[in-house]
Design a protein around this ligand. Structure first.
Ligand SMILES: Nc1ncnc2c1ncn2[C@@H]1O[C@H](COP(=O)(O)OP(=O)(O)OP(=O)(O)O)[C@@H](O)[C@H]1O
Ligand code: SF4
Ligand SMILES: [Mg+2]
Length: 354
């Protein structure tokens, strides 16, 4: 159960303004988000009209190749975009109905962490090397909840236990470099959930870890989400990682969502040729020695995205209509499913060959 109760120095409690999700549990609405980077080479159009909703207890996986705009989307939602050179040039990010992009920085800080929190890919660089991990977790309670030192430290140990760090009571005084990669990522998760956020964004949380540890961290995230009814945005370029934990998937290409669907529907039959290519590139456990069918070609240069469908230079379905004019809109192509392709119905009808 989340609350933003503040424990005062005299032991009394102050209840802050609770952000209330919509009646249907709607937490976050990203609406036509646009981000560009003004760099020496020109204007890189990194995010080109991204829209999605996130509900309580839902896991949305955001998938796409390197450079497709996954992290920039997360940074824009969190309000930590590298600016300059990055600028949000359009759209809204509504949290519990309020457009956080319009909030003054002081109010934004009250959303970032206590309401919407993030786990980064690289735990070692996200943790401060000169302070013990317990102290770093405890600081969150001291700063945001006004707790005294010993209560904050007690909460830090509890949290370290919750993320299954063995011997938490002793290890609370250890420094980040004294933990393995997997344990450091658990500490990052502990810090991210310390203030009971309603939304957790995990940006490639397991990429740097070996496969067994990846699975354990994914399980931990899924358990925590279940326990706390968080909305989880799970960013990854690995379709295999998300199959067990995600409810919905948004596939990104060149700063756009090109397909959105429930996870089983998407695996059963993709509606966008890019998704289909990604699925065909997953190795099958039951077919040893099978070649990976990587998608040929490269993602576009974001300072010169080609006209028409941005995927057309790599698409085996491309026709003349794909090579000119406006890019295809993300449109309904079935129940709970959207795709940005002129021929989505044909692709969908084909299924996937794996
Ligand atoms: N600080 C920056 N300065 C300039 N351009 C940037 C910056 N950060 C991101 N970009 C641009 O935005 C694009 C999207 O970057 P982003 O980090 O969101 O990709 P990603 O999908 O997270 O990729 P990866 O899987 O490699 O993490 C990049 O290709 C790059 O052109
Ligand atoms: S619109 Fe055309 S080029 Fe783009 S994905 Fe669909 S078939 Fe391929
Ligand atoms: Mg990234």
């Amino acid at each position: 159960m989340r609350s933003n109760t503040k424990i005062n120095k005299d032991g009394t409690e102050t209840i802050g303004n609770l952000w209330q999700p919509g009646p249907d549990g709607l937490l976050l609405e990203v609406d036509d988000l646009q981000v560009e980077f003004r760099i020496r080479e020109g204007v890189a159009k990194a995010i080109n009209g991204v829209s999605f909703d996130l509900y309580e207890g839902q896991t949305l996986a955001v998938l796409g190749e390197s450079g497709s705009g996954k992290s920039v989307t997360a940074q824009a939602i969190m309000g930590i975009l590298d600016s300059p050179p990055g600028y949000i040039t359009g759209g809204q990010v509504r949290y519990c109905g309020t457009d956080v992009l319009k909030l003054p920085e002081a109010q934004r800080r009250k959303v970032r962490g206590p309401e919407i929190s993030m786990v980064f890919q690289d735990a070692l660089s996200a943790l401060n090397p000169v302070f013990p991990v317990g102290w770093q977790i405890a600081e969150m309670f001291r700063k945001h909840r006004g707790m005294n030192k010993s209560d904050a430290m007690k909460r830090a140990v509890e949290l370290m236990e919750r993320v299954q760090i063995p011997g938490a009571n002793q290890r609370v005084k250890a420094y980040p470099h004294q933990f393995s990669g997997g344990m450091r990522q658990r500490i990052m998760i502990a810090m991210a959930i310390a203030l009971d956020p309603a939304v957790l964004i995990a940006d490639e949380p397991t990429t740097a870890l070996d496969v067994t540890v990846q699975a354990q961290i994914m399980r931990l995230l899924a358990d925590l989400q279940d326990e706390r009814r968080m909305g989880l945005i799970l960013i990854t370029h690995d379709l295999g990682v998300v199959a067990d934990v995600a409810d919905r998937i948004a596939v990104m290409y060149a700063g756009k969502i090109v397909e959105q669907a429930d996870v089983f529907d998407l695996y059963a039959a993709p509606a966008h040729p890019y998704t289909k290519g990604l699925l065909e590139s997953i190795p099958r456990l039951d077919q040893k020695g099978q070649q990976l069918a990587a998608i040929g070609g490269l993602p576009p240069n974001l300072t010169a995205i080609p006209p028409g469908c941005p995927f057309h230079p790599r698409c085996r379905y491309a026709q003349d209509v794909c090579r000119a004019g406006s890019p295809p809109e993300l449109r309904d192509v079935g129940l709970q499913r959207r795709a940005a392709c002129h021929f989505a119905e044909d692709v969908l009808a084909e299924g996937v060959s794996r």
